[in-house]
Design a protein around this ligand. Sequence first.
Ligand code: SF4
Ligand code: SF4
Length: 401
Amino acid sequence: MTTVEAPLKNVDVDEEPIKRFEVNYRGIFQKTLAYRITKDLVYIAHSDGKTAFSNGRYSDDPQRNGVPCANFAFFSDGLSEEELEAIASAKMDIDRADIVAVLDDTMVKGLEPWGHYGIRPINEKVVPGGTLLVISRRPPEDLVQFLEKKPFTYNLAILPGEASFAGLWYYRDDNTDVRVLGAVARISPEIISLDKAIAYVRKTYKNDEKVKALEDAYNSTKLSVVSANDGIVWPHRKPVLPAWNEFDEGIVVKAAPREFKMGPRGLGRNLDYKRGTSKTQRPVVRFDICTKCTLCWYECPDECFDPTPDGLYDVNYEYCTGCGRCAEVCPVNECIVMVDELNFKNDDSPWESFKKDPQSYTKMIEEKKGKGRMMPSHVTGKGESMSEVSKPVPFKVERGN
Ligand code: SF4
Ligand code: SF4
């Protein structure tokens, strides 16, 4: 992987005069944000004499909190609106994109949208020479370690920033919308030019701060090239939709198996829809200080806890949506803490790791937790608060065997 000044030139596979943009966002939390981005891209392209339109993936509605969703925008210099719509959009999903934008960097671990089965790579649709644009504070190599290998080179653009939750029912504007426009202008001036983007934002929002945010994003977007075969062999089964002549007669919806046994993965769950890619953070558990009060198991809305033979509760991360409810109700200080999902490489049972080597497990999760603790507004009622843990809770030896 090498850092570059300008992105690789996109080679359009069919030489169609169309550019395709996809934005991946967290359902509900980022819905309005994603809509504003694709809508503004279309207006800016129109102001430059291009044909353009945007739409959303039909199967993502009704949306679920945090579930990966996508909006699209299409651009052409020569086609009429009808031609562009007929070629680019007469299908439920798109199969390739010149720019794939990602509003929450934890989505690089894969996507399981609501209307699809199976976990798909985030870079699946990037064309040769195309660009994966991620909002992240991480260096490129931290993201590439989760991406599927491609047989060709493409660009990775990183727009420095956090996963924005602007876009719930009430739009809490934090300028992420215009920042993404600035990054797109940097990556692909053929889609929108910086001048046209600035003129549009100045006229539409009448706010100098937004213009500055756009320009800053244009200048701060970092570009690197991902070489062929950088990344990993995709660890998940990719879903393949059946052809029309492969459907069974009538409609058969198979029920998820209902079963229960003690220990990790003991609860029967839906094997076709796991939901785990909905999360930005995961709960880590200090089994050594757990009082076995049952509250996490009882309160988890997704039934992610498996009772274990020693009276503890294991988390199944494949199904955890990262809602944070267990961390909120756990009565023991520092026993369940929500941690950035990108700090973890697999969904292995934390209880099994603990049983294997209690001290190493506890040390490992304390390192991943770090010292900062953020309390979201819905818990404090007074906005986000940040605090620092001065001393970690010491390892409780008697539980560690
Ligand atoms: S964060 Fe906790 S409560 Fe929420 S889904 Fe995951 S395990 Fe369940
Ligand atoms: S809520 Fe906390 S203390 Fe209670 S069982 Fe779960 S992890 Fe243990």
